[in-house]
Design a protein around this ligand. Structure first.
Ligand code: FEO
Length: 168
């Protein structure tokens, strides 16, 4: 049976995972508006990842005898200055999520909840990938800056991303 503090903290994290997905859908809509279908598709895959994360936490709570309490989700931002600004916001957001996952792990350690420690460690590894995928696109956007057609080539590349969660 999971403790009340861990249960509350996991419910809070579930809210943030859904918020992340909501924000990435907003970013997808921004790219749709620019006619960059590959960027939009990349963001939709990212949203699927976030929903997967949220449901992984939900399943764990149920398995541990806890109660899932879905909370209201704030509205995401809706406008950006450029594709680069979108990905910079995404990376900043992911770094914040990494901090939250770290705090969750520290709480599990403090509570001596070993099952939660092992479960949360998956997310520690996942956050390394999450940050790297945003940083990778930022690096490419900076490389193609002022290259004619570069944005459209990258759009084609990003369209290839598929939803392929690890440890599903
Ligand atoms: Fe659920 Fe993007 O971390």
């Amino acid at each position: 049976m999971i403790g009340k503090k861990m249960e509350a903290a996991i419910n809070e994290q579930i809210k943030w995972e859904f918020y992340s997905g909501y924000m990435y859908l907003s970013m997808a809509a921004y790219f749709d508006g620019l006619g960059l279908a590959g960027f939009a598709s990349w963001m939709r895959v990212q949203e699927l990842e976030e929903r997967f994360h949220a449901q992984k936490f939900m399943a764990q709570l149920v398995e541990r005898g806890g109660t899932v309490k879905l909370a209201p989700i704030d509205g995401p931002p809706t406008g950006w200055m450029s594709p680069l600004a979108v990905f910079e916001d995404g990376l900043k957001h992911e770094r914040g999520v990494t901090g939250r996952i770290g705090a969750l792990l520290e709480l599990a350690q403090k509570e001596k909840d070993h099952a939660a420690v092992i479960f949360i460690e998956w997310f520690v590894t996942e956050q390394v990938e999450e940050e790297a995928s945003f940083a990778g696109v930022i690096a490419q956007l900076k490389l193609i800056d002022k290259t004619p057609g570069g944005l459209f080539m990258l759009d084609k590349d990003l369209a290839a991303r598929t939803f392929n969660p690890t440890g599903a």
